[in-house]
Design a protein around this ligand. Structure first.
Ligand SMILES: Nc1nc2c(ncn2[C@@H]2O[C@H](COP(=O)(O)OP(=O)(O)OP(=O)(O)O)[C@@H](O)[C@H]2O)c(=O)[nH]1
Length: 328
């Protein structure tokens, strides 16, 4: 790794070598007579492929112009996610650090043998003063960087939203999970309260599921749960929600639906669950599963946990009454 704190160790300066600025974006259209004298003292590093240059946060910012070769550049500051980008011959890096006079650290690695013109911050400012061309090229470069950063931000936001949605889905059944319920259900209850809209909840518990698991195995039990999830989602409107509330306990939320509607949906769900076919690991259809369902409808001033508790109490009554039935 090269130590940039002692530029005296570097082999050459721009003024003593025969370096060309042909094809360097920063100097495109700029008068070489204006810029070359200002660059004369700037070191030019020749580095082998794989060489790493590190500028610590306590060292002055520099602009690096790649005269030949290619670099990989990453930043370590708190605004970055540690990703890196390629800087090819004719391009430069470090201009943001110079203009912001920031103290962020950067990591540079040569992807092939490269020549780097290192321009210190005071010289960058002198170049801007001396050459409209350099100033214009820097502005173009900055606008490109801003657009690229915005595009990256949008990609990350989309990715973040994708993972957020994913974290709210139950992996086995594909229904919403408990985290989704905790984050969305209280808002639905608040809306019902504020707007005076009906809201019903159905808690569904598969009957004798322990026995089912014991008789057919846990994996077939998983298949039964998946089939139950599918049967439920297939019986709902797009505005309804299905949640895996716990192990073999599922929940359906019906915004805008009162008690009569809730009972109607519960009956449809009970029937669809009875009809869903589950296969054993020998691919033989198993006896139909049944479920017990508890329906509760939002009462004024009821909290979200109270509404769920009411559905749970109704479910308990359905179990007590003999299972495969619906209770209020
Ligand atoms: N295969 C499988 N089984 C699960 C899963 N989650 C919970 N269970 C099982 O579901 C069973 C629930 O059993 P219980 O709460 O005793 O209820 P039950 O046997 O369904 O009896 P009742 O509800 O009274 O009709 C337990 O054996 C759990 O292991 C799962 O993801 N996959």
């Amino acid at each position: 790794m090269l130590d940039l704190t002692h530029p005296a160790k570097t082999p050459s300066t721009f003024g003593t070598g025969t370096y060309s600025l042909q094809g360097v974006q920063l100097f495109d259209g700029a008068s070489l007579a204006d810029v070359a004298p200002l660059l004369a003292h700037c070191p030019v590093l020749r580095i082998a492929a794989g060489t790493r240059l590190e500028r610590g946060a306590d060292q002055p910012a520099r602009l690096y112009v790649v005269l030949s070769g290619a670099l990989e550049v990453g930043t370590d500051d708190e605004r970055s996610d540690g990703s890196s980008s390629r800087v090819l011959a004719g391009e430069c890096t470090g201009e943001l650090s110079v203009l912001e006079e920031d103290s962020g650290a950067e990591r540079i690695r040569a992807l092939q043998e490269s020549e780097l013109l290192m321009i210190d911050a005071p010289t960058v400012w002198r170049l801007i003063d001396a050459s409209n061309g350099v100033a214009r090229n820097l502005l173009r470069l900055l606008s490109f960087r801003i657009r690229a950063a915005n595009a990256q931000l949008r990609r990350r936001q989309k990715l973040g939203e994708f993972y957020r949605q994913l974290s709210m889905v139950d992996g086995l059944t594909g229904l919403q999970n408990r985290a989704w319920l905790d984050s969305h259900f209280p808002g639905m209850v608040d809306e019902a309260q504020a707007g005076g809209n009906p809201l019903s909840v159905i808690l569904i518990d598969l009957d004798h599921f322990k026995r089912f698991n014991d008789e057919h195995g846990h994996l077939v039990g998983d298949e039964a749960l998946k089939a139950a999830g599918k049967a439920i989602t297939g019986a709902l409107r797009p505005t309804d929600f299905a949640v895996r509330y716990g192990g073999e306990e599922l929940m359906v939320i019906l915004p805008g639906t009162g008690q009569a509607g809730g009972m109607m949906v519960a009956e449809r769900l009970r029937e669809r669950l009875r009809q869903s076919v589950i296969f054993s690991d020998m691919r033989l259809p198993l006896p139909h599963m049944t479920a017990s369902l508890g329906v509760a409808t939002f009462q004024l001033d009821q909290s979200a946990p109270e509404l769920i508790a009411a559905a749970d109490a109704a479910l308990y009554r359905a179990k007590e009454a003999g299972r495969d039935r619906i209770s209020l």
